[in-house]
Design a protein around this ligand. Structure first.
Ligand code: UN1
Length: 480
Protein backbone atom coordinates (compact mmCIF):
# COMPACT_ATOMS: atom_id res chain seq x y z
CA UNK A 1 0.00 0.00 0.00
CA UNK A 2 1.17 3.52 -0.74
CA UNK A 3 1.05 5.98 2.09
CA UNK A 4 1.27 9.71 1.79
CA UNK A 5 4.25 10.74 3.92
CA UNK A 6 3.20 12.57 7.09
CA UNK A 7 5.66 15.45 7.43
CA UNK A 8 6.93 17.56 10.29
CA UNK A 9 5.56 21.02 10.99
CA UNK A 10 8.38 23.56 11.15
CA UNK A 11 8.02 27.36 11.02
CA UNK A 12 4.51 27.07 9.61
CA UNK A 13 5.47 24.63 6.82
CA UNK A 14 5.16 20.87 6.37
CA UNK A 15 8.69 19.55 5.84
CA UNK A 16 9.61 16.05 4.60
CA UNK A 17 12.70 13.99 5.28
CA UNK A 18 14.51 11.07 3.68
CA UNK A 19 14.35 9.20 6.99
CA UNK A 20 10.92 7.74 7.74
CA UNK A 21 9.27 5.46 10.26
CA UNK A 22 6.33 3.07 9.81
CA UNK A 23 3.68 3.39 12.50
CA UNK A 24 2.49 -0.19 13.05
CA UNK A 25 -0.50 -1.25 15.15
CA UNK A 26 0.44 -3.47 18.13
CA UNK A 27 -2.99 -5.12 17.73
CA UNK A 28 -2.21 -6.23 14.17
CA UNK A 29 1.36 -6.20 12.93
CA UNK A 30 0.10 -6.18 9.32
CA UNK A 31 -1.77 -2.94 9.93
CA UNK A 32 0.44 0.02 9.03
CA UNK A 33 -1.20 3.17 10.41
CA UNK A 34 0.99 5.49 8.35
CA UNK A 35 4.50 6.52 7.34
CA UNK A 36 6.02 9.50 9.15
CA UNK A 37 9.01 11.69 8.38
CA UNK A 38 11.77 11.59 10.99
CA UNK A 39 13.24 15.03 11.47
CA UNK A 40 17.00 15.42 11.20
CA UNK A 41 19.19 17.26 13.68
CA UNK A 42 19.39 20.26 11.36
CA UNK A 43 15.59 20.32 10.93
CA UNK A 44 15.24 20.33 14.71
CA UNK A 45 17.62 23.32 14.79
CA UNK A 46 15.50 25.12 12.18
CA UNK A 47 12.42 24.47 14.35
CA UNK A 48 14.17 25.86 17.44
CA UNK A 49 15.28 28.98 15.52
CA UNK A 50 11.72 29.49 14.28
CA UNK A 51 10.32 29.19 17.79
CA UNK A 52 12.98 31.59 19.03
CA UNK A 53 12.01 34.20 16.43
CA UNK A 54 8.29 33.74 17.09
CA UNK A 55 8.59 34.29 20.83
CA UNK A 56 8.73 38.12 21.12
CA UNK A 57 5.41 38.50 19.29
CA UNK A 58 3.61 35.51 20.81
CA UNK A 59 4.58 36.40 24.37
CA UNK A 60 3.16 39.91 24.04
CA UNK A 61 0.07 39.26 21.92
CA UNK A 62 -3.34 39.83 23.56
CA UNK A 63 -4.15 36.89 25.85
CA UNK A 64 -7.47 36.75 24.04
CA UNK A 65 -5.68 35.71 20.85
CA UNK A 66 -3.99 32.87 22.73
CA UNK A 67 -7.23 31.87 24.45
CA UNK A 68 -9.18 31.78 21.17
CA UNK A 69 -6.56 29.71 19.37
CA UNK A 70 -6.36 27.17 22.21
CA UNK A 71 -10.13 27.02 22.42
CA UNK A 72 -10.35 26.23 18.69
CA UNK A 73 -7.86 23.38 19.16
CA UNK A 74 -9.95 21.98 22.03
CA UNK A 75 -13.16 22.23 20.00
CA UNK A 76 -11.75 20.40 17.00
CA UNK A 77 -10.24 17.62 19.13
CA UNK A 78 -13.56 17.20 20.88
CA UNK A 79 -15.58 17.15 17.65
CA UNK A 80 -13.24 14.49 16.19
CA UNK A 81 -13.04 12.37 19.36
CA UNK A 82 -14.24 9.13 17.76
CA UNK A 83 -11.90 9.39 14.80
CA UNK A 84 -8.90 10.44 16.92
CA UNK A 85 -9.74 7.84 19.58
CA UNK A 86 -9.76 5.17 16.87
CA UNK A 87 -6.37 6.35 15.61
CA UNK A 88 -4.99 6.37 19.17
CA UNK A 89 -6.29 2.86 19.86
CA UNK A 90 -4.87 1.65 16.57
CA UNK A 91 -1.37 3.05 17.05
CA UNK A 92 -0.92 2.57 20.82
CA UNK A 93 -3.18 -0.39 21.56
CA UNK A 94 -5.37 0.90 24.37
CA UNK A 95 -9.02 -0.15 24.00
CA UNK A 96 -11.07 2.27 21.92
CA UNK A 97 -13.30 3.43 24.79
CA UNK A 98 -10.24 4.30 26.89
CA UNK A 99 -8.64 5.96 23.86
CA UNK A 100 -11.70 8.15 23.24
CA UNK A 101 -11.62 9.08 26.93
CA UNK A 102 -8.02 10.18 26.50
CA UNK A 103 -8.90 12.28 23.45
CA UNK A 104 -11.68 14.01 25.38
CA UNK A 105 -9.21 14.69 28.18
CA UNK A 106 -6.86 16.33 25.64
CA UNK A 107 -9.72 18.51 24.36
CA UNK A 108 -10.59 19.56 27.90
CA UNK A 109 -6.96 20.43 28.64
CA UNK A 110 -6.90 22.85 25.71
CA UNK A 111 -10.20 24.37 26.90
CA UNK A 112 -8.91 24.65 30.48
CA UNK A 113 -5.72 26.44 29.44
CA UNK A 114 -7.64 28.65 26.99
CA UNK A 115 -9.34 29.99 30.11
CA UNK A 116 -6.07 30.19 32.05
CA UNK A 117 -4.54 32.38 29.32
CA UNK A 118 -7.03 35.04 30.42
CA UNK A 119 -6.41 34.60 34.12
CA UNK A 120 -2.70 35.35 34.42
CA UNK A 121 -2.46 37.70 37.35
CA UNK A 122 0.15 39.28 39.56
CA UNK A 123 0.48 41.25 42.77
CA UNK A 124 1.22 44.79 43.79
CA UNK A 125 2.14 46.10 47.24
CA UNK A 126 3.87 49.14 48.76
CA UNK A 127 7.65 49.04 48.76
CA UNK A 128 9.46 49.43 52.09
CA UNK A 129 10.85 52.54 50.41
CA UNK A 130 8.03 55.01 50.90
CA UNK A 131 6.61 56.39 47.65
CA UNK A 132 7.60 53.29 45.68
CA UNK A 133 5.63 50.19 44.76
CA UNK A 134 6.49 46.55 44.16
CA UNK A 135 4.75 44.90 41.19
CA UNK A 136 5.09 41.17 40.67
CA UNK A 137 4.14 39.64 37.35
CA UNK A 138 4.53 36.37 35.50
CA UNK A 139 6.44 36.26 32.25
CA UNK A 140 6.76 33.51 29.67
CA UNK A 141 10.03 31.55 29.62
CA UNK A 142 10.79 31.51 25.89
CA UNK A 143 11.21 28.43 23.70
CA UNK A 144 9.97 25.31 25.50
CA UNK A 145 11.07 21.83 24.40
CA UNK A 146 8.38 19.19 24.93
CA UNK A 147 9.33 15.50 24.84
CA UNK A 148 6.56 12.94 25.35
CA UNK A 149 6.24 9.16 25.68
CA UNK A 150 4.12 6.65 23.75
CA UNK A 151 1.65 5.63 26.48
CA UNK A 152 -0.61 8.71 26.33
CA UNK A 153 -0.16 9.79 22.69
CA UNK A 154 -2.50 12.80 22.93
CA UNK A 155 -3.17 13.62 26.61
CA UNK A 156 0.44 14.11 27.70
CA UNK A 157 1.27 16.30 24.66
CA UNK A 158 -1.90 18.30 25.42
CA UNK A 159 -1.06 18.86 29.08
CA UNK A 160 2.35 20.26 28.15
CA UNK A 161 1.61 22.11 24.88
CA UNK A 162 -1.61 23.83 26.06
CA UNK A 163 -0.10 25.57 29.12
CA UNK A 164 3.15 26.32 27.28
CA UNK A 165 1.24 28.23 24.58
CA UNK A 166 -1.34 29.72 26.96
CA UNK A 167 1.32 31.51 28.99
CA UNK A 168 3.06 32.91 25.90
CA UNK A 169 5.87 30.43 25.25
CA UNK A 170 6.71 28.95 21.87
CA UNK A 171 7.05 25.20 21.45
CA UNK A 172 9.24 22.58 19.81
CA UNK A 173 7.44 19.27 20.30
CA UNK A 174 9.08 15.84 19.96
CA UNK A 175 6.57 13.03 20.48
CA UNK A 176 7.60 9.41 20.83
CA UNK A 177 8.44 8.10 17.36
CA UNK A 178 6.39 4.98 18.21
CA UNK A 179 3.08 6.92 18.22
CA UNK A 180 3.47 9.77 15.73
CA UNK A 181 -0.16 9.52 14.51
CA UNK A 182 -1.92 11.47 17.26
CA UNK A 183 0.96 13.94 17.47
CA UNK A 184 0.67 14.60 13.74
CA UNK A 185 -3.11 15.14 13.95
CA UNK A 186 -2.61 17.46 16.90
CA UNK A 187 -0.03 19.46 14.91
CA UNK A 188 -2.40 19.60 11.96
CA UNK A 189 -5.20 20.93 14.20
CA UNK A 190 -2.84 23.50 15.75
CA UNK A 191 -1.64 24.55 12.27
CA UNK A 192 -5.20 25.62 11.42
CA UNK A 193 -6.14 27.26 14.74
CA UNK A 194 -4.58 30.70 14.32
CA UNK A 195 -1.08 30.42 15.79
CA UNK A 196 1.56 32.43 13.86
CA UNK A 197 4.32 30.41 12.10
CA UNK A 198 7.04 29.21 14.45
CA UNK A 199 4.91 29.37 17.62
CA UNK A 200 4.39 25.62 17.51
CA UNK A 201 6.65 23.10 15.76
CA UNK A 202 6.40 19.32 15.42
CA UNK A 203 9.62 17.33 15.06
CA UNK A 204 9.02 13.58 15.14
CA UNK A 205 12.38 11.97 15.70
CA UNK A 206 14.65 9.91 17.86
CA UNK A 207 15.87 10.90 21.30
CA UNK A 208 19.48 10.57 20.19
CA UNK A 209 19.08 13.10 17.35
CA UNK A 210 16.07 15.36 17.83
CA UNK A 211 15.69 14.93 21.61
CA UNK A 212 19.27 15.78 22.37
CA UNK A 213 19.26 18.74 19.94
CA UNK A 214 16.34 20.21 21.88
CA UNK A 215 17.79 19.48 25.31
CA UNK A 216 21.21 20.97 24.55
CA UNK A 217 20.16 24.02 22.52
CA UNK A 218 21.01 27.33 24.21
CA UNK A 219 17.83 28.77 22.66
CA UNK A 220 15.56 26.33 24.51
CA UNK A 221 14.90 27.87 27.91
CA UNK A 222 12.78 25.09 29.41
CA UNK A 223 12.33 21.36 28.80
CA UNK A 224 9.31 19.32 29.87
CA UNK A 225 9.84 15.57 29.61
CA UNK A 226 7.77 12.48 30.44
CA UNK A 227 9.38 9.06 30.05
CA UNK A 228 11.81 6.71 31.74
CA UNK A 229 13.71 7.58 34.92
CA UNK A 230 17.05 6.95 33.23
CA UNK A 231 16.42 9.34 30.32
CA UNK A 232 14.67 11.85 32.57
CA UNK A 233 17.65 12.09 34.88
CA UNK A 234 20.05 12.55 31.97
CA UNK A 235 17.88 15.31 30.54
CA UNK A 236 17.55 17.01 33.93
CA UNK A 237 21.32 16.93 34.41
CA UNK A 238 21.98 18.38 30.94
CA UNK A 239 19.47 21.18 31.53
CA UNK A 240 20.76 22.05 34.99
CA UNK A 241 24.33 22.30 33.71
CA UNK A 242 23.34 24.88 31.13
CA UNK A 243 20.89 26.65 33.45
CA UNK A 244 17.68 25.75 31.64
CA UNK A 245 14.46 25.08 33.50
CA UNK A 246 13.49 21.41 33.51
CA UNK A 247 10.56 19.27 34.56
CA UNK A 248 10.72 15.48 34.28
CA UNK A 249 7.94 12.97 34.95
CA UNK A 250 9.39 9.51 35.12
CA UNK A 251 8.71 6.07 36.53
CA UNK A 252 6.53 4.72 39.29
CA UNK A 253 6.15 1.61 41.44
CA UNK A 254 2.92 2.69 42.97
CA UNK A 255 1.53 0.91 46.02
CA UNK A 256 -2.14 0.18 46.55
CA UNK A 257 -2.80 -0.74 50.20
CA UNK A 258 -5.86 -2.85 50.99
CA UNK A 259 -6.79 -2.94 54.67
CA UNK A 260 -8.94 -5.53 56.44
CA UNK A 261 -11.82 -3.06 56.75
CA UNK A 262 -11.95 -2.30 53.01
CA UNK A 263 -15.05 -2.92 50.94
CA UNK A 264 -13.76 -6.07 49.23
CA UNK A 265 -15.59 -5.77 45.89
CA UNK A 266 -14.69 -2.13 45.58
CA UNK A 267 -11.03 -2.82 46.41
CA UNK A 268 -10.85 -5.53 43.75
CA UNK A 269 -12.23 -3.15 41.10
CA UNK A 270 -9.80 -0.41 42.18
CA UNK A 271 -6.92 -2.90 41.84
CA UNK A 272 -8.11 -4.15 38.43
CA UNK A 273 -8.34 -0.65 37.06
CA UNK A 274 -5.10 0.60 38.63
CA UNK A 275 -2.96 -2.42 37.81
CA UNK A 276 -4.23 -3.58 34.43
CA UNK A 277 -6.12 -0.90 32.52
CA UNK A 278 -4.11 0.65 29.70
CA UNK A 279 -2.30 -2.74 29.81
CA UNK A 280 -0.50 -1.55 32.95
CA UNK A 281 1.41 0.95 30.80
CA UNK A 282 0.95 3.97 33.03
CA UNK A 283 3.53 5.53 35.30
CA UNK A 284 0.66 5.74 37.79
CA UNK A 285 -0.21 2.00 37.58
CA UNK A 286 -0.72 0.13 40.88
CA UNK A 287 1.98 -2.48 40.52
CA UNK A 288 2.35 -3.36 44.22
CA UNK A 289 -0.80 -4.57 45.99
CA UNK A 290 -0.09 -4.47 49.73
CA UNK A 291 -2.76 -6.41 51.59
CA UNK A 292 -3.29 -6.93 55.34
CA UNK A 293 -3.64 -10.52 56.48
CA UNK A 294 -7.32 -10.54 57.53
CA UNK A 295 -8.55 -9.80 54.00
CA UNK A 296 -5.57 -11.20 52.07
CA UNK A 297 -6.84 -14.64 51.00
CA UNK A 298 -10.33 -13.44 50.05
CA UNK A 299 -8.84 -10.51 48.11
CA UNK A 300 -6.38 -12.66 46.16
CA UNK A 301 -9.08 -15.20 45.30
CA UNK A 302 -11.56 -12.62 44.07
CA UNK A 303 -8.91 -10.59 42.26
CA UNK A 304 -7.52 -13.61 40.43
CA UNK A 305 -11.05 -14.54 39.28
CA UNK A 306 -11.54 -11.03 37.96
CA UNK A 307 -8.12 -10.89 36.28
CA UNK A 308 -8.84 -14.12 34.44
CA UNK A 309 -12.15 -12.73 33.19
CA UNK A 310 -10.47 -9.68 31.64
CA UNK A 311 -10.86 -9.85 27.88
CA UNK A 312 -7.54 -9.37 26.10
CA UNK A 313 -7.87 -8.44 22.45
CA UNK A 314 -7.61 -6.07 19.52
CA UNK A 315 -7.85 -2.46 20.65
CA UNK A 316 -10.66 -1.72 18.18
CA UNK A 317 -12.94 -4.57 19.23
CA UNK A 318 -15.79 -3.40 21.43
CA UNK A 319 -15.48 -6.20 24.00
CA UNK A 320 -11.73 -5.73 24.58
CA UNK A 321 -10.76 -4.64 28.07
CA UNK A 322 -7.00 -5.12 27.85
CA UNK A 323 -5.28 -4.23 24.61
CA UNK A 324 -1.89 -5.48 23.42
CA UNK A 325 1.46 -4.41 24.82
CA UNK A 326 2.78 -1.48 22.79
CA UNK A 327 5.78 -3.02 21.00
CA UNK A 328 8.10 -5.98 20.82
CA UNK A 329 10.72 -4.55 23.15
CA UNK A 330 8.15 -3.92 25.85
CA UNK A 331 6.54 -7.32 25.26
CA UNK A 332 9.84 -9.17 25.68
CA UNK A 333 10.60 -7.12 28.78
CA UNK A 334 7.22 -8.02 30.32
CA UNK A 335 7.78 -11.73 29.64
CA UNK A 336 11.26 -11.43 31.15
CA UNK A 337 9.80 -9.92 34.34
CA UNK A 338 7.32 -12.81 34.57
CA UNK A 339 10.32 -15.19 34.47
CA UNK A 340 12.15 -13.06 37.02
CA UNK A 341 9.15 -13.12 39.39
CA UNK A 342 8.94 -16.91 39.16
CA UNK A 343 12.67 -17.32 39.70
CA UNK A 344 12.54 -15.01 42.73
CA UNK A 345 9.98 -17.33 44.31
CA UNK A 346 6.74 -15.37 43.86
CA UNK A 347 3.67 -17.49 42.95
CA UNK A 348 2.25 -16.74 39.51
CA UNK A 349 -1.49 -17.02 40.19
CA UNK A 350 -2.62 -16.34 36.64
CA UNK A 351 -1.60 -14.87 33.29
CA UNK A 352 1.87 -13.86 32.17
CA UNK A 353 1.61 -15.85 28.94
CA UNK A 354 1.15 -14.83 25.31
CA UNK A 355 -2.48 -14.87 24.14
CA UNK A 356 -3.19 -16.06 20.60
CA UNK A 357 -5.57 -13.83 18.66
CA UNK A 358 -6.78 -13.90 15.05
CA UNK A 359 -4.39 -11.02 14.26
CA UNK A 360 -0.67 -11.07 15.01
CA UNK A 361 -0.01 -8.65 17.90
CA UNK A 362 1.69 -8.30 21.28
CA UNK A 363 -1.03 -9.93 23.35
CA UNK A 364 -0.24 -10.86 26.93
CA UNK A 365 -2.57 -12.28 29.61
CA UNK A 366 -2.51 -9.97 32.66
CA UNK A 367 -0.24 -11.50 35.30
CA UNK A 368 -0.89 -11.63 39.02
CA UNK A 369 1.80 -12.71 41.46
CA UNK A 370 1.03 -13.62 45.07
CA UNK A 371 3.47 -14.40 47.92
CA UNK A 372 5.75 -11.72 46.62
CA UNK A 373 8.17 -9.72 48.75
CA UNK A 374 8.84 -6.02 48.50
CA UNK A 375 12.54 -6.77 48.06
CA UNK A 376 11.95 -8.73 44.83
CA UNK A 377 12.90 -7.11 41.54
CA UNK A 378 9.28 -7.38 40.30
CA UNK A 379 8.33 -5.09 43.20
CA UNK A 380 11.27 -2.71 42.97
CA UNK A 381 11.70 -2.06 39.24
CA UNK A 382 9.16 -0.38 37.00
CA UNK A 383 7.85 -3.05 34.61
CA UNK A 384 5.36 -0.89 32.69
CA UNK A 385 3.17 -3.85 31.74
CA UNK A 386 0.09 -5.81 32.88
CA UNK A 387 1.87 -7.37 35.86
CA UNK A 388 1.15 -6.83 39.57
CA UNK A 389 2.50 -8.40 42.75
CA UNK A 390 0.57 -8.99 45.98
CA UNK A 391 2.56 -8.44 49.19
CA UNK A 392 1.00 -9.67 52.43
CA UNK A 393 1.51 -7.56 55.59
CA UNK A 394 0.29 -7.86 59.18
CA UNK A 395 -1.18 -4.44 59.81
CA UNK A 396 -1.52 -0.83 58.69
CA UNK A 397 1.88 0.27 60.03
CA UNK A 398 3.69 -2.44 58.08
CA UNK A 399 1.61 -1.62 54.99
CA UNK A 400 2.65 2.04 55.20
CA UNK A 401 6.29 1.09 55.69
CA UNK A 402 6.27 -1.24 52.66
CA UNK A 403 4.39 1.34 50.57
CA UNK A 404 7.09 3.93 51.26
CA UNK A 405 9.99 1.49 50.83
CA UNK A 406 10.64 2.23 47.15
CA UNK A 407 12.86 4.40 44.96
CA UNK A 408 9.77 5.98 43.42
CA UNK A 409 7.17 8.42 44.76
CA UNK A 410 4.49 9.19 42.19
CA UNK A 411 1.11 8.00 43.46
CA UNK A 412 -0.21 5.69 46.16
CA UNK A 413 -3.63 4.37 47.07
CA UNK A 414 -5.44 2.95 50.06
CA UNK A 415 -8.71 1.02 50.21
CA UNK A 416 -10.25 1.36 53.66
CA UNK A 417 -13.46 2.50 55.36
CA UNK A 418 -11.42 4.00 58.21
CA UNK A 419 -11.09 7.77 58.37
CA UNK A 420 -8.19 7.34 60.79
CA UNK A 421 -6.08 5.22 58.44
CA UNK A 422 -6.96 7.11 55.28
CA UNK A 423 -6.04 10.44 56.93
CA UNK A 424 -2.81 9.04 58.32
CA UNK A 425 -1.91 7.55 54.93
CA UNK A 426 -2.54 10.86 53.21
CA UNK A 427 -0.10 12.53 55.60
CA UNK A 428 2.65 9.91 55.71
CA UNK A 429 2.68 8.44 52.20
CA UNK A 430 5.84 9.75 50.48
CA UNK A 431 4.32 10.50 47.10
CA UNK A 432 2.96 13.37 45.06
CA UNK A 433 -0.59 11.98 44.76
CA UNK A 434 -2.62 9.93 47.24
CA UNK A 435 -5.85 8.15 46.28
CA UNK A 436 -8.38 6.94 48.83
CA UNK A 437 -10.66 4.15 47.56
CA UNK A 438 -9.67 5.13 44.02
CA UNK A 439 -7.13 3.69 41.57
CA UNK A 440 -3.59 5.11 41.70
CA UNK A 441 -3.93 5.92 37.99
CA UNK A 442 -6.38 8.22 36.25
CA UNK A 443 -6.04 11.85 37.24
CA UNK A 444 -8.00 15.06 36.76
CA UNK A 445 -6.71 17.65 34.30
CA UNK A 446 -7.44 20.57 36.64
CA UNK A 447 -5.41 19.19 39.57
CA UNK A 448 -1.62 19.21 39.98
CA UNK A 449 0.20 16.10 38.79
CA UNK A 450 3.63 14.90 39.87
CA UNK A 451 5.62 13.03 42.47
CA UNK A 452 8.83 12.75 44.41
CA UNK A 453 12.04 10.66 44.59
CA UNK A 454 12.76 8.78 41.33
CA UNK A 455 9.38 9.72 39.85
CA UNK A 456 9.50 13.45 39.24
CA UNK A 457 11.84 16.40 39.21
CA UNK A 458 10.79 20.02 38.99
CA UNK A 459 7.46 21.81 39.10
CA UNK A 460 4.05 20.11 38.96
CA UNK A 461 2.08 19.72 35.75
CA UNK A 462 -1.61 20.44 35.05
CA UNK A 463 -4.19 22.66 36.69
CA UNK A 464 -3.15 26.21 37.55
CA UNK A 465 0.03 24.76 39.08
CA UNK A 466 1.35 24.35 35.53
CA UNK A 467 2.11 28.07 35.46
CA UNK A 468 5.03 27.52 37.86
CA UNK A 469 6.89 25.76 35.10
CA UNK A 470 5.75 27.74 32.09
CA UNK A 471 6.30 31.21 33.58
CA UNK A 472 8.80 32.92 35.82
CA UNK A 473 8.28 35.68 38.29
CA UNK A 474 9.38 39.21 37.54
CA UNK A 475 9.61 41.66 40.43
CA UNK A 476 9.47 45.34 39.53
CA UNK A 477 10.20 48.29 41.87
CA UNK A 478 8.48 51.45 40.71
CA UNK A 479 8.92 55.00 41.92
CA UNK A 480 6.40 57.42 40.54
C1 UN1 B 1 -3.07 8.94 34.51
O1 UN1 B 1 -2.84 8.01 35.26
O2 UN1 B 1 -4.22 9.35 34.30
O3 UN1 B 1 3.07 8.48 31.78
C2 UN1 B 1 -2.01 9.68 33.80
C3 UN1 B 1 2.16 8.31 32.58
C4 UN1 B 1 1.71 9.49 33.40
C5 UN1 B 1 0.30 9.85 33.12
C6 UN1 B 1 -0.66 9.08 33.92
N1 UN1 B 1 2.57 10.62 33.14
O4 UN1 B 1 1.64 7.23 32.71
Amino acid sequence: MNFELKKNYIDGEWIGSSQTINNVSPSDLDDVVGVYALATTSQAEVAIDAAYRAFPHWSTVSPEVRADALDRVGSEIFARRDELGTLLAREEGKPKAEAIGEVIRAARLFKFFAGEALRVSGEAFPSIRAGSEVVISRVAEGVVGIITPWNFPIAIPAWKIAPALAYGNTVVFKPSEFVPGCAWELASIISRAGFPPGVFNLVVGTGAEVGSTIVTSEKVRAVSFTGSTKTGRQIAAQCVIRGAKVQTEMGGKNPLVILDDANLDEAVEVAINGAFYSTGQRCTASSRLIVTKGIHDRFVELLSDRVQQLRVGHALEAETQIGPVVNEMQYEQDLEYVRIGISEGASLICGGKPVVQPKRGYYLAPALFANSKNSMRINREEIFGPIAGVIQVTDYEEALHVANDTDFGLSSGICTTSLKYSSDFRLRSKVGMVMVNLPTAGVDYNAPFGGSKGSSYGAREQGIYAREFYTSIRTAYIKG
